[in-house]
Write a protein that binds this ligand. Structure first.
Ligand SMILES: Cc1cc2nc3c(=O)[nH]c(=O)nc-3n(C[C@H](O)[C@H](O)[C@H](O)COP(=O)(O)OP(=O)(O)OC[C@H]3O[C@@H](n4cnc5c(N)ncnc54)[C@H](O)[C@@H]3O)c2cc1C
Length: 476
């Protein structure tokens, strides 16, 4: 390994290769505190050519690697081990071009999500996918996770906004997928790469679609005296046929924590749950009419009050509370597991009841803040990682929540990916044949199994798939 590290230093400069314990600790986990594993080394290339040379060097020495953006992932995806090298892409942070006529931008992978819309705002354009972590997460990480966000209800998740990708394959070869014009031909390899969680290589250039900033926006805050009613109101809103730009829910536990923090947004702390609904479009009159109609539906479904934000500052304050809720939860415990699952919207009330029962059973405080319009739940489990018993109860409660979501017809992730954390649940939702196709697809991109090994789909078929879930036959 020392020869490899010398070669890496030769490529990027000694300053950008980290091997010391404290430096490696910085990269030992992502946003999920239950997985902690320092890599053998971290290399921080400064441009695409250095990424290619680094990957080629590692491939020649048969050393596994893990691409890493901002490390805000919540499934342990950007974490390596003592045999692997983390390739951090944060120095590749240039917005290469903004084409206002064709409404697209080409960026390096380390560009922070929110910086892209900051740069295009003067042109009346924005990049629509808006993960709540957008002040920190990178476009490369968003591509790898197929990230969502509050406004993805109307505008679609990352995969709907990626036109072209330049990718360094795990053997160091450089390829281009898709086209800037966005017209697909042949198999949709951009679609395949988006959401591949670092298994297929490293995205080094990303061309994204930009959308006009809507001319008119209304944000409603509705509060409820029961979580069940709020869940039923979500179904009623969607059933009305009016598509909100965003429809988010927070339960009382979350609201109280946010209101006690610097992100206080004026949410009523005695409410069992609040809903944030946003409507946008070009015509003021149409947006007003839609939001008035939805306000009526919310009231008919038990909302105690519905407030409309009237100014941009008001709206920003309501959204700040929602987007910073995970951070605010840091007030109540040293550690937080943010879970991610999807259930059919109609199942929301029952599943939320079940999650409350699981929290009680395992004596873990669970706070819910989530993309309700998509049925994309984020139960947040607060705990103290220094306490082994609490750690065990969190693991078991998280598993029980996943099983409840699957039993309700849902699935194990909506946007945070499988990473390492959800690997164990894969056989619960995919049969052996499907897992085999996933494994073979992965091997087609990465025959040597060097890119982010041990995540998402095991490289080598597991006999336990045979016994697990809906598996029908062994694949080994
Ligand atoms: C407070 C908070 C709120 C969040 N809210 C949301 C939300 O609303 N919606 C949402 O979807 N997610 C959310 N997340 C999760 C996380 O921010 C996203 O998954 C994000 O896309 C990760 O980006 P990153 O740059 O931090 O990637 P990392 O965590 O560094 O990496 C994530 C994965 O991407 C791979 N990867 C990174 N860069 C590349 C690249 N250039 N090429 C190939 N693979 C690469 C890594 O190997 C890893 O598997 C939230 C996280 C936090 C902490």
């Amino acid at each position: 390994m020392s020869t490899v590290l010398d070669s890496l230093s030769g490529i990027v400069g000694e300053r950008w290769v980290r091997t010391a314990g404290p430096a490696l600790d910085t990269y030992a986990s992502d946003g999920l505190p239950t997985i902690n594993s320092p890599p053998r080394a971290v290399v921080i290339p400064g441009n695409r050519d250095e990424v290619i040379a680094v990957v080629r060097t590692l491939a020649a020495a048969n050393v596994p690697f893990v691409a890493r953006g901002a490390g805000t992932g919540l499934s342990g995806g950007a974490v390596g081990n003592d045999a692997s090298v983390v390739i951090a892409l944060t120095r590749l942070n240039r917005i290469i071009s903004v084409d206002t006529v064709n409404r697209r931008a080409t960026v390096e992978p380390g560009v922070v999500n929110a910086r892209l819309s900051d740069a295009t705002r003067p042109h009346g354009l924005h990049y629509a996918p808006d993960p709540s972590s957008q002040a920190a997460c990178t476009i490369g990480g968003n591509v790898a996770e197929n990230a969502g966000g509050p406004h993805c209800l109307k505008y679609g998740v990352t995969s709907n906004h990626i036109l072209e990708l330049e990718v360094v394959l795990p053997d160091g070869e450089l390829i281009t997928l898709g086209s800037p014009a966005g017209e697909p031909w042949g198999p949709d390899l951009v679609g395949l790469f988006v959401g591949s969680e670092g298994m297929f290589g490293i995205a080094t250039r990303i061309t994204v679609r930009l959308l006009p900033i809507p001319g008119s926006i209304r944000t409603l805050l509705a509060d409820f005296s029961s979580v069940r009613q709020a869940g039923e109101a979500v179904s009623a809103v969607i059933a009305s046929g009016i598509m909100p730009a965003a429809l988010e829910m927070m339960d009382q536990s979350c609201v109280q924590v946010v209101e006690a923090s610097i992100y206080a947004a004026g949410y009523p702390t005695d409410a069992a749950a609040v809903l944030l609904a946003e409507f946008d479009g070009e015509s003021e009159a149409a947006v007003d009419a839609e939001s008035a109609q939805i306000a009526q539906i919310l009231q008919a479904n038990g909302a105690r009050s519905v407030r409309t934000a009237t100014t941009a500052a008001d709206r920003a304050r309501l959204w700040q509370g929602r987007k910073k809720a995970f951070g605010a939860l840091g007030r109540i415990s040293p550690d937080l597991v943010v879970q991610d699952a999807v259930v059919p919207r109609s199942a929301l009330p029952d599943v939320l009841d079940e999650i409350a029962a699981i929290a009680k059973r395992y004596r873990i405080r669970v706070s819910n803040v989530f993309h309700a319009g998509d049925g994309n739940l984020h139960p947040n489990l607060s705990f103290d990682g220094r306490n082994a018993d609490e750690r065990r109860r969190v693991e078991e409660a998280a598993g029980a929540i996943m099983e409840a979501c699957i039993a309700a017809g849902g699935t194990i992730t909506g946007e945070h990916g499988v990473g390492s954390d959800k690997l164990r649940y894969m056989p619960l939702i995919f049969d052996a044949e499907t897992l085999t196709v996933m494994r073979d697809t992965r091997l087609a991109w990465d025959p040597a199994g060097l890119a982010n090994p041990g995540k998402v789909v095991p490289i080598h078929a597991c006999r336990e798939w045979h016994a697990g879930g809906r598996a029908r036959k062994a694949v080994a």
